[in-house]
Design a protein around this ligand. Structure first.
Ligand code: BGC
Length: 740
């Protein structure tokens, strides 16, 4: 539709119709014979409001959505189609690894391909927009939603945000099988105090701009059609009412002109936050702050008319918000094709198709991080007695949280796959214990939890497992968190594995010292005991629909692990937040062995995390040689000046392997303190046995910019150091000077 026609449409709409475009309700309101319960019933929307509702969340299925679209267009006076939105966070039905696992691939093209596959499955099921990517930077493993983000690094998160937005939307979101992206949760939702869900965020303006905003900005630059507000406060103002954040920063500064949607119920939550007296004031604050769509609360539909009549909200503010919603519908081509790609044939053809499964398997393989290996891995393909023990041995639910359409039936378990793929060993499989106890204190989880064993059964199963372990050559212990222990509303104060599983480890370690531990989890955990008692540790995250294949192939060496940690594994919970790009402080602790008491350190634990950012082992053996830079001066005044920083990497082993070559830069002195180093680039390369490759990075002045003492984003002349290595602990920098 031409812009002019959109304007005419807007002019012709009644006030109620306009406000209706700003309401988003769940699909339950539109289903035939739906019975509303819980929060959906409590909101109390009227039939008239439902009839004019502009967008719908959390429904899918071509047939159903076509019907809902027909119903909405019939009741809407101008027959305006609805937008359908859904959380497709790491796959629609073909589930990819949880985003933190995808972060560990250090392979943005793969992540982009995954997003494009998810878009296709989502689009054929009738949905137009996914509430993804989550670009929240997070350094605190207690927070449950770390699984939804790609890690602790601002640069890396930005790279993945861009890749996902491009994967979902393609070059034109109107094109077949593309969906709109929604960058969330703006802003700094990943920094709740104490890691506690929905908690207050306290962050300096400089840190906000320097570390927390860049990833969202990459999403905006990549053309994301929508952005979601966060639940938290920033500077004591809830984001959903934060005019400066939304209008000045997001719109003016970052140039976002798409639809801004509140998070679920977040407008009404302004009352709980204590900055709005009631729904009316909440609506006024949110719309004036620039929130276009209100998700699942009705303060707009109940109050905006009155607020406009009384002059507390300008008519132009309403028109502007409605116009953005109509523009988005137009961008998606909904006025001409209200069902867009919704097609039952498409669902049959594409959902879980071979090509999608293969991509998910590849992504899962590259997301696995080998944390320890004394040579026990890869496992021999014949002549061994291997006992696979633990609650993940026969578990098909390897998809983690936020996989709303996932179904265990779509996947295979390790116990099914291993004997088929590697038939020449002897295998035993023992489930051994529940993932978490039935009477688990985890709220919400306890009621839905299905556990395999009663207490007595579990005791017997543990006993049997220990006997099996004693008879085996090697034990592969498959342990982890319950898939719902991470995700929204899943913050914890203890980041160790469930107690029963630790007991299992301890008992098995007494009878067999050849333990390979495979971990399934959505957050970095305190795994000191696992490290101590295992000969190898493979971090599998929640690897998705094809995850069991990826794990089996990696254990047996058909696939060589190439994942690197996108988030540090803390030594223990007392160390969080822990991240590699920290500041030196006035009293730096030079080495872990240092005796000096009066430096920045703990008395009882090391400063260094158990496993640092960027870390991960391979079955190949890589060396880095001839680190060099092309010159030692970079001139600000000389346009397009750059330094080439290179290294020669050699694979000394007899297996093919992929290595992630990482570039870090340190700004030695600034007008404000600068991190000890920052990731500025990486390249994932594949090396044949005995092959060498030279990897070159181009260092430009632009990469050296930061928010200076006056909050101006620019570089400062002086000394810099370049570190090229296989993780963030690389020392021995190469110095260069930035000059005027
Ligand atoms: C979450 C969002 C999600 C929304 C819609 C909220 O509770 O914070 O990330 O997109 O629900 O399901």
């Amino acid at each position: 539709m031409e812009k002019r026609k959109l304007v005419e449409l807007l002019e012709d709409m009644s006030m109620e119709e306009k406000i209706g475009q700003l309401l988003q309700l769940t699909g339950s309101y539109f289903m035939e014979d739906a019975v509303l319960t819980g929060p959906e019933a409590e909101i109390g929307v009227t039939d008239q409001e439902i009839a004019c509702c502009g967008s719908v969340l959390s429904v899918h299925g071509a047939k159903e959505l076509r019907k809902i679209q027909d119903r909405i267009m019939k009741s809407q006076p101008h027959h305006i189609p609805a937008l359908f939105m859904l959380d497709v966070i790491h796959g629609f039905r073909t589930i990819f690894p949880v985003p933190i696992g995808q972060g560990c691939t250090f392979h943005p093209e793969l992540v982009k391909e995954g997003a494009s596959i998810s878009a296709k499955e989502t689009a054929v099921s009738g949905v137009h927009i996914t509430f993804s990517p989550m670009s929240d930077l997070c350094r605190d493993a207690r927070w449950g939603r770390v699984m939804e983000g790609t890690g602790e690094d601002k640069y890396l998160n930005g790279v993945y945000t861009k890749a996902m937005v491009e994967g979902y939307q393609g070059k034109d979101v109107k094109a077949p099988y593309k969906v709109g992206a929604c960058v969330k949760h703006f802003a700094a939702y990943g920094l709740p105090e104490g890691g506690r869900e929905y908690n207050t965020v306290e962050v300096s303006n400089r840190t906000l701009f320097e570390d927390y905003l860049p990833a969202y900005k990459e999403g905006v630059k990549a053309g994301a059609v929508s952005v979601m507000t966060s639940f938290n406060t920033l500077d004591r103002i809830p984001s959903t009412a934060n005019r400066r954040l939304m209008r000045d920063v997001l719109r003016d500064n970052m140039g976002f002109d798409g639809v801004l949607i509140s998070d679920y119920g977040a407008v009404m939550e302004l009352v709980n936050h204590g900055i709005a007296e009631d729904g009316k004031e909440a609506a006024k604050l949110a719309i004036n702050a620039g929130v276009d769509i209100e998700m699942m609360s009705r303060s707009y539909v109940a109050n905006l008319k009155e607020l406009i009549v009384s002059g507390e909200v300008e008519q132009s503010v309403l028109n502007e918000a409605v116009m953005r919603v109509l523009t988005l519908k137009n961008q998606l081509g909904l006025f001409e094709h209200p069902y867009k790609d919704a097609s039952e044939e498409g669902e049959q053809a594409y959902i879980l198709c071979k090509e999608h499964r293969e991509a998910a398997r590849k992504c899962a393989e590259e997301s696995l991080v080998l944390l320890e290996n004394d040579g026990i891995l890869p496992l021999k393909k014949q002549g061994q007695h291997i006992a696979f023990i633990g609650p993940y041995v026969d578990n098909k639910e390897l998809y983690g949280a936020w996989a709303l359409m996932a179904d265990g039936k779509d996947a295979k378990a390790l116990s099914e796959i291993v004997p088929l793929l590697y038939p020449n060993n002897g295998y035993w499989f023992e489930h051994a214990c529940n993932i978490v106890p039935k009477d688990s204190l985890l709220s919400g989880l306890a009621s839905t939890l299905e556990t395999k064993y009663t207490e007595e059964e579990e005791a017997r199963a543990m006993e049997r497992a220990v006997e099996t372990a004693a008879a085996a050559d090697i034990v592969v212990l498959m342990m982890g968190e319950h898939r719902l222990q991470t995700g929204e509303a899943a913050a914890v104060g203890d980041i160790t594995l469930p107690k029963k599983q630790l007991e299992l480890l301890e008992r098995i370690a007494k009878v067999n010292e050849n333990i390979v531990t495979v971990l399934f989890n959505g957050r970095p955990l305190d795994i000191r005991e696992v490290k101590e008692k295992s000969s190898a540790v493979l971090e599998a995250w929640f690897p998705g629909t094809e995850g069991a294949y990826a794990v089996a192939d990696t254990l047996f060496g058909t696939s060589n692990p190439s994942g690197r940690l996108s988030m540090s594994f803390p030594y223990c919970v007392g160390q969080v937040p822990v991240h590699y790009d920290e500041f030196a402080t006035g009293r730096p602790k030079e080495t872990e062995e240092v005796e000096n008491k009066f430096c920045s350190r703990y008395e009882d634990i090391p400063n260094a995390p158990l496993y640092p950012f960027g870390y991960g082992l391979s079955y190949a053996d890589f060396t880095y040689e001839y680190r060099r830079i092309s010159k030692e001066q970079l001139k600000i005044s000389k346009q397009d000046d750059f330094i080439e920083a290179s290294v020669t990497v050699t694979n000394h082993s007899d297996v093919v392997g992929m290595e992630v070559v990482q570039l870090y830069i340190q700004d030695v002195k600034g007008s404000v303190v600068r991190p000890v180093k920052e990731l500025k680039g990486f390249q994932k390369i594949c090396l044949e046995p005995q092959e060498s490759k030279t990897v070159t990075f181009c260092v430009t002045e632009e990469m050296l910019r930061f928010y200076d003492i006056n909050m101006e984003y620019k570089s400062e002349p002086g000394e810099f150091r370049i570190y090229i290595g296989h993780d963030s602990t690389q020392s021995n920098g190469l110095a260069f000077h930035l000059t005027k």
